[in-house]
Design a protein around this ligand. Sequence first.
Ligand SMILES: Nc1nc2c(ncn2[C@@H]2O[C@H](COP(=O)(O)OP(=O)(O)O)[C@@H](O)[C@H]2O)c(=O)[nH]1
Ligand SMILES: [Mg+2]
Ligand SMILES: [Zn+2]
Length: 359
Amino acid sequence: MNLREWGWDGDWAAAFAPHAAEGLHPARVVRQDRGAWEIQAEAGARPAEATGRFRLALESGEADLPAVGDWVAIDPRPTCDRAGIAATLPRRTCLSRQDAGRATREQVLAANVDVAFLVSALDAGRGFNLARLERSLALVRAGGAEAVVVLNKADLCDDVGGRVREAQFAAADVPVVALSATEGWGVEELRPWLAEGRTGVLLGPSGVGKSALVNALLGEARQETGPVREEDARGRHTTTRRELFRIPSGGLLIDTAGLREFQPWEADSELDAVFPEVAELATRCRFRDCRHESEPGCAVQQALGDGSLDARRFEHYLRLKREQAYQAQKRDLGAQLAEKARWKQIAQWQKEFMRHREK
Ligand SMILES: Nc1nc2c(ncn2[C@@H]2O[C@H](COP(=O)(O)OP(=O)(O)O)[C@@H](O)[C@H]2O)c(=O)[nH]1
Ligand SMILES: [Mg+2]
Ligand SMILES: [Zn+2]
């Protein structure tokens, strides 16, 4: 198996050199399902687990938990049924959101992704939501990836043009593509973003057709589609699977499941990226901490008054800003609890580690 087909290149090889010197092999994380990983190495695909030394690095916060898309250094351990992950290579891009359960922990959705397809559905259900689209755009920009807005199930919509215009308005300069994954039309428009060696990820709420789109791009029904139970009776996640596929036209694509709405992590700079016109105006307000409400010398209010700033865009901006403040508050409150939970997890790992060593 040629690792180039999985996105390996000269820069990765250079970053990997110190690990190669230790006799480790490069591999890409192609599947992540709760605590379990599957990696793709030159020798093929295998399940993998963290080595003892890597666990210690994870515990001390020196290393990040491997995510789908990560390049890792593995100890092949030929006599063992699992390869040992010994290190992760520094990420080029990283899409993360706040962990739904633990408000203070960042959860990495996918690593080393070039392009994120933000999938909505035009089926008149809850699949199309401009505020969510804006939040997702913020998340993708903050992570360093390119974004493409995908409006799926266009076959079910009478006014595709109208929806495209609405999405384009929220997305500013980000491309918007309307298509039908199940009928197949429009799907080809995505291929240019998935050229050889490039990695994409499908993001969006459950039911918008992400897996159907994976199947359409793969040209075969590899992913199960349809209503998937993603929460148990108490509303918790039971499916968190993320998987990386190779598509025939050359690129790689990650399907995600079980994601709740995104909650951007560090957010001020992201908001500025999504609303560059507001950010630009804000630099001209008289007060640096201007909230653009009724402060004197507010350039934003002035622009709203003379119509040079779109009132609806500014409303969206304020909504996200409020949500952000709320999340920040929640994060502070959750910090102590999360720290406690982290230590509990560390103690458990240590116990396992000791048990492993005694064997
Ligand atoms: N009419 C129509 N239905 C679609 C389309 N794409 C997906 N679906 C259906 O929507 C449901 C959810 O699709 P799925 O791919 O499982 O969504 P996911 O949860 O985002 O992976 C399935 O029943 C699909 O057959 C589409 O373009 N048009
Ligand atoms: Mg799915
Ligand atoms: Zn202002």
